[in-house]
Every structure is written in structure tokens, then in C-alpha cells.
Design a protein around this ligand. Sequence first.
Ligand SMILES: Cc1cc2nc3c(=O)[nH]c(=O)nc-3n(C[C@H](O)[C@H](O)[C@H](O)COP(=O)(O)O)c2cc1C
Length: 396
Amino acid sequence: MDIEKHFPCVDYMEAEAMRRIPEFMRDYLIYGIGQGIAVEKNRKDLNDVELMPRYLADAERPNISCKLMGYEYDAPFGVAPIGLSGLIWPKSESILAKSAKTHNIPYTLSTVATDSIENIGQIACDKAWFQLYTPQDPETRKDLLRRCEEAGYETIMVTVDVPRKIRRNHDIRNGISVPPKFFDIKTLWQMITHPHWSLGMLRTGVPQFVNILPYQQNDFSHIGVGMNITQSIKDSGKFIEERMGLHITPSVFEDIRAMWPGKLIVKGVLDPDEAMSYLDLGADALVISNHGGRQLDATPSAVSVLPRIRSAVGSEANLIADGGIRCGLDIARMLALGADFVLMGRPFLFAVGALDEQGGDHVMKILKEELLTTMGQLGCSTLKELPKSLFKNAEC
Ligand SMILES: Cc1cc2nc3c(=O)[nH]c(=O)nc-3n(C[C@H](O)[C@H](O)[C@H](O)COP(=O)(O)O)c2cc1C
């Protein structure tokens, strides 16, 4: 199949992925919290950002490589952490980690991933970032960070916007709440009618929250072929709900900072004062994010707070932004507003959902090309020039 012809942008991959992923995981992937207002706002606010094209410029060969926290990347974007990725599409974590390494961009593994810290570390090497949902128990925290260090990770990302269990209506109705109920009649029917997904699952085995299994109290010796999957995911779900949600107070943050020798990113910042506080506490970078609209339906979008945060923290601070980015033009919009780098979540899962093993490479290639095309239109030869393209209509 000529994938360039069939899937020239993320939207086509999304449409195909929606066909191939069973409804209960599709809903988990695409919806946000509440009425979905924050999800919509992310897209709308990005669409409203206007950039001024300029042609009287030497932008024949724009350079989209960038430096972030001392690391060189081939493009200013990376893969955001997505919990339960391997259930959305089989093996998506290792597929995307491999593609990220090839394209020299970062891949972030979620704490609640279904592939291990050790395996992804081996695949993506120094391109692997680990996202931490902070365990309440300091010993568990310490051990997770020890494993990351031993597996070669140089960067962790502490997510601060999940202080307690979240209620997402679609997930509750589909049984993806904690504890999940995957094996009712409705779910089974969805699996039968989505054979690509189901065959993939048969090949890989139903994924587990592998990174937190060692910390659960129960005896997990039953895990393996023929295990009671429902029970084990249920146990992990309970563990996450009861033991991993907490407010990251300054003292918890200082504890993590002191334990982690590498780079530390804080994810889930929207308030300019909090942004300043995290930087004062030793964060190396911040992700300006409303978690893809999945935590609080009244949050502003990253787009709407980014300029304010940039002016509060100054030009030297490393700012990463996410939420609603679907193409190279959106990446340029975020950079024009003051981000140094962006993350995307759903687009990468759409890509593997549509194209399996080929998805990661294809979507990363397209995003790079779209960004290059946009820079050509804006007359920018480097990413640093993008803020000059921001069009602010003074008359409005
Ligand atoms: C299905 C799903 C699962 C997610 N899981 C996590 C997670 O485990 N940890 C985390 O910090 N953020 C998580 N996020 C948020 C993403 O990292 C990212 O902030 C968001 O997806 C960006 O919006 P976008 O999907 O529109 O690109 C998740 C998002 C989605 C859609």
C-alpha cells in the first residue's frame, strides 16, 4: 500500500484508527473529562492562532533541529506519555519508542504503561523519558527512579495534575474505570468485530501495568500464560488508585529532585505562579498542559496561557507545550506563542492504530515535512524566528 497517498496527514490516520480500535479503547483515547469542553478548547484555541506569511526572506532550507535541556533533537516535538498504550494498540509503546529513536526525538513512557522501563530504555536509549506518577511510598518512588537510572534514562517527567482518581464518564460506562471490567459481552463483541486489534492482542498477550507490578502487595506468581488477566489488571488499578495519587507538595518535589541526578521535567502546569515555583524548586523544564483535556473541564488550553507563562519565566526557561496539536502548522503555532518544544499524545496512537509498525515512522516523517513547509511559508529559517510570525490583530 502507498501509505503516503492514503495517509497524507494525521486526520486520515485518525479516521482509520477509529475503524480498527474497539470502541471501549477508542473512547478512552479520544474523549476528555466531563462534557469535553477542554478537549474542544485545545483545538479551537490552536486554530485561532494566526501566523503571518513572509516571502521576502531566505528560508530555502529551514532548520528544524533544536536543543532542549542540552540535548540535540532532529525536530522540536516528542511523544507524550499515554497510559495503557498497549491496550489502545498492541505493542504501540515499543513501535513508537523505536521510531522516536530513528527520528532522534524523545519518547515518554508512562508509569502506567504496558511495556517495561527496562525494555523501552533499551530500545530508545537516551531518547527515552520516563513519566512519573508519584507513588505515596518513598521507597517505591526511590525504586522506580533507581530502575530508570539503571536502564539508562537521563530524563524524568513528573506529572502533577493527577492528585487523585479521576472520573471520566465514557470510561466508566465502558468499564475502563478502576477496577476495569474488560470481559463483559459488549466488550467481547467489540473485540470480535475489530480483528486487527484482537489478533495483535492474541500475539502479544493482554498487556499489564508492568512497571508497578513489583510494588503490589499481592502474589503475582500467577502472571504468565493462562493468568487471570482481569484480576491482575484489577489489582494494579486498585494499587494505582490507592497508592499513586497525591499532591506534589514542595517537600515531595524536593525529595524527588534530590533523588534524581538527571533532567527533571514537570508536566501539567498552567498557572504562571506555579510555573515560577517549580523552576525555583529545581525543574529543568515545564510541560504547559491540561493533560489533553482529561483532568478538569474548566482548564484553559496551553495555547491561551503560554504567552503569559513565557513572559513570567523569561526567555531562558525550557517550556514544552501540548494539547490538540495535530500537524506541523500546530507545532509552529505553539513555538510562535513561546514554546521551545511540543508533545503530542493522541496523534501517535492514531498512527499506530492505522498503520501498525509503519505508523510511528510515517507520522513523524509527515510532521517534520509539514513543519518545514510551514516555515517556508513564514520565511523562517530557524525555529527561534517563529515568534516573529505571530499575528496579533491590534484592531480587534
Ligand atoms: C489516552 C490518554 C492517556 C494518557 N495517559 C497519560 C499518562 O499516563 N501520563 C501523563 O502524564 N499524561 C497522560 N496523558 C496526557 C498526554 O500525555 C498529553 O498531555 C495529551 O495527550 C496531549 O494532548 P493531545 O492528545 O491532544 O496531543 C494521556 C492522554 C491520553 C489521551
